[in-house]
Design a protein around this ligand. Structure first.
Ligand SMILES: Nc1ncnc2c1ncn2[C@@H]1O[C@H](COP(=O)(O)OP(=O)(O)O)[C@@H](O)[C@H]1O
Ligand SMILES: N[C@@H](CC(=O)OP(=O)(O)O)C(=O)O
Length: 438
């Protein structure tokens, strides 16, 4: 049996026209048995995702600002979809019900999850599939962490009773019956969880690009498609900003050795990208697999002669971060220096306090702060132990006149991360891409 689980992202379900394409894809193969859906996404470049509108509703309520007009925008989008698909679902009833609950101060997670819920109801009717509410099968524990064991048992038991079903992505349920969402983009994770539980042959993730591309198409014109990529390469790239797939998607599927296939709803004949497990797959020997990056980091560079022999030095620095609840992203170090790379939004107004405490407790020789730093990760199994790759990368960036503020090669050997100024981000990505792709 070639059971397939398919997740369709917001771009594939943005309006009735897109949903018709989704139906054609699903009905082309009866092995598409479990379908995970996102909320309607953007229909055109400056459009707004339903999930963003729902978060905005919550912000209005929180600040006691009227949100009727905003809610009407959401309402009209769903009414439009239902009318254009000719469905009989009483969408007004569902929307009024949601509004009533929102008025009673429902949680932000409840509000945010309603886009997936409604789209699930709509697609289930349109396909003639059963609808399963994820609050009955996707579980979080009392601390808000995903409960994999309980979920796996519940999903596999429940889905034995349903040959074909639509399941909204992005949310589940806590032990006290409250709705909880994954982080943004989390429908990808729901799809992977379902695929693991039903031992799918493949987990297909349908979006609006023909696979995982070597770089963000918003930066590089028409970047090359990656035909095959390993789970760990993908994790590095998605963690570093290639948001086509949520970075936590790989855990359930990697455990069950289920390949992920990224496909394009607007170009279903394209084979897309296969994400799989074979580390020996070395078609890109001596080259790279992809580039990704994110802006807005702060680097705190700490210099102290004989740092290595100052026992407890790094521990003291990290405990200062811990005491101030600041997570760090990277920690590159040399013999006499160490840098803390931190997402700027996580520092808020705490930077002066942190510096004072480091000065007081660690007595460094100097501390330099670099703000507005972008991180760029160049990733690939083919670059492990290949010195020529690093040289090519750095000379490309230097030729583009970009100053490198920080370098970090992770212990995984499949990733070189550089820090550049925000303003040089796009220029550096283009330079690296052009150096490796002819
Ligand atoms: N390396 C990359 N490869 C493919 N797409 C990328 C990459 N980096 C960023 N993206 C962006 O990811 C988008 C798809 O993700 P997303 O908007 O979450 O889609 P969906 O709504 O279908 O889940 C693409 O439209 C593209 O702009
Ligand atoms: N709708 C949610 C969850 C999600 O996964 O969406 P998408 O598949 O459109 O990225 C979000 O916007 O975060």
């Amino acid at each position: 049996m070639s059971l397939k689980v398919a997740k369709f992202g917001g771009s594939s379900l943005a309006d009735a026209n897109q949903i018709k394409k989704v139906k054609d894809i699903i009905f082309s193969d009866k092995n598409y048995r479990y379908i995970v859906v996102s909320a309607p996404g953007k229909r055109y470049e400056n459009d707004t995702k339903i999930t963003d509108l729902l978060y905005l509703c919550h912000a209005h309520i929180k600040h006691s600002v009227p949100y009727n007009e905003l809610f009407d925008i959401i309402k009209n989008r769903f009414i439009d979809i239902v009318d254009n698909l000719g469905l009989s679902i009483d969408i007004n009833y569902h929307l009024e019900n949601i509004k009533e609950r929102i008025n009673k101060y429902e949680s932000v997670d409840y509000i945010a999850s309603r886009g997936e819920y409604l789209n699930g109801l709509i697609l289930a009717e349109y396909l003639g599939y059963d609808f399963i509410d994820p609050t009955e099968i996707i579980f979080f524990d009392e601390y808000g962490s995903f409960d994999a064991k309980k979920t796996q048992e519940a999903v596999s038991k429940r889905l034995q009773k349903h040959k074909y079903a639509v399941i909204p992505g992005f949310y589940g349920c806590t032990p006290n019956g409250k709705i909880k969402t994954f982080s943004r983009g989390g429908s990808d994770i729901t799809g992977a969880i379902i695929a693991q539980a039903v031992k799918a042959k493949v987990y297909e993730n349908w979006t609006d690009v023909s696979g995982f591309l070597m770089a963000d198409p918003k930066i590089i014109d028409n970047p090359k498609r990656i035909e095959k990529i390993t789970y760990d390469e993908l994790r590095e790239l998605s963690y570093m900003g290639a948001k086509v797939l949520h970075e936590d998607t790989i855990f359930p599927v990697r455990e069950a050795n289920i390949p992920v296939n990224i496909r394009n709803t607007n170009e279903p004949e394209n084979p897309g990208t296969i994400i799989f497990n074979d580390k020996n797959y070395n078609i890109r020997k001596n080259s790279i697999t992809g580039i990704a990056g994110k802006k807005d980091f702060t680097v705190i560079a700490i210099q102290k002669n004989f740092m290595n022999s100052d026992i407890g030095f790094v521990r003291k620095i990290l405990s200062i971060l811990e005491a101030n609840s600041i997570p760090f992203e990277h920690l590159p170090s040399g013999i006499d220096n160490i840098s803390l790379v931190i997402e700027s939004s996580k520092l808020e107004n705490k930077i002066d306090k942190i510096i004072n405490e480091i000065n007081k407790q660690c007595k460094p020789d100097s501390i330099d702060i670099y703000e507005n730093i972008a991180l760029i990760a160049t990733v690939g199994h083919g670059m492990a132990y290949t010195p020529g790759i690093a040289a090519k990368l750095f000379s490309a960036v230097a030729k583009a006149n970009v100053n490198v503020r920080m370098i970090d090669q992770g212990s995984s050997e499949i990733n070189i991360i550089i820090g550049v100024e925000n303003k040089d981000f796009e220029k550096a990505v283009k330079a690296i891409y052009n150096a490796f792709v002819n």
